[in-house]
Design a binder for this molecule. Sequence first.
Ligand SMILES: Nc1ncnc2c1ncn2[C@@H]1O[C@H](COP(=O)(O)OP(=O)(O)O)[C@@H](O)[C@H]1O
Ligand SMILES: [Mg+2]
Length: 361
Amino acid sequence: MNTHTLLSVVAADSRAAASPAPRPPLVNVDGIAKHYLLPGLGRSFSVKSVDGVSFAIGQGEVLGLVGESGCGKSTIARLLTRQTTPTSGRVTIADQEIANVKGEELKRLHRTVQLVFQDPFGALDPRMQVGTSMEAPLAQHGIGTRHERRQMVMHMLEEVGLDESFSERYPRQCSGGQLQRVVIGRALLLQPSFLICDEPTSALDASMRTQILNLLTDLKRRHGLTMLMISHDLRVVRHICDRIAVMYLGRIVEIADRDTLFEAPRHPYTRALIAASMLDQTGLYAPEIQLHGELPSPLNPPLGCHFHTRCAHAQAKCSQAEPEFEAASDTHQVRCHFWRELQPEEPAENGSAQNRRNRVN
Ligand SMILES: Nc1ncnc2c1ncn2[C@@H]1O[C@H](COP(=O)(O)OP(=O)(O)O)[C@@H](O)[C@H]1O
Ligand SMILES: [Mg+2]
């Protein structure tokens, strides 16, 4: 069996993918929340890890989800894979509300939604050869004969840029980048209709990171994969994603197609994240939009706009009233009282006037 047939996931034109109105949505997340109750002295505390998040992902689309550590990204991944149940809201994948799925349908859901984590060493059994680890889920789902499964594994190793000899290696005989290729290949063998990558490159060094991102971009182009790409780093989502959602303390604060998000961001938090990622790359920065201080505790988020305690543009209203999620255009939504007053050109791409003024010598 050929891996290309194996991976005959909906073919999509990746050039057209920047369109933010998702093609027929495969994934619909509607007002989802996850609040954890923690026992405290005298009373319980509620951690609002995810607090009313909605988005859709079209067939063949890659949505990026970015935000600082602790803002609720992995909780969303767990909600989408039914590893945890929502406090409220619902998730629909391929027209099925996942909370209602049982029996054989649940088994199919576990096959069609695959998750790749940050740590490939933790994802593989150290006592098993890589080929055996890749084959195991195929056997669990009753796919192919033993011989066919071995063939599929060999094709997949090639597909993810490794040679067949890797099937006999143990995880300790591979680098982190090689193992992440194995983990991605193992997920793809099940022909998922939806792939979630949660910080897939965070445990890797810079050159491995680029290689894995190139691999994922290539797989997206070849197979039209529908993906949710989670990262704390905007640079990771920049090249692969069609649209990007920015999260802050359990909520989405801005969502737009990739080019709009980078060229005309409207939320001060998005602008700060862009400035921070450019600072690393170019040594250019705009101090008034840098991010200061720690993320506030989700146990006690600031009143009004959650971001106001770190926002250079905050005014009295920001600490008093929660901003609505407003449409800046048909394809762009933002949760900020003053988004109209923030000029899109200000945060800037490389070499903007703003950045040139603030060049670090
Ligand atoms: N099982 C849990 N019990 C209590 N709090 C949790 C649990 N899981 C996550 N949290 C809290 O929810 C918030 C979001 O966590 P997480 O989704 O892992 O964020 P991210 O992936 O963006 O770093 C954090 O404050 C975290 O401490
Ligand atoms: Mg996480």
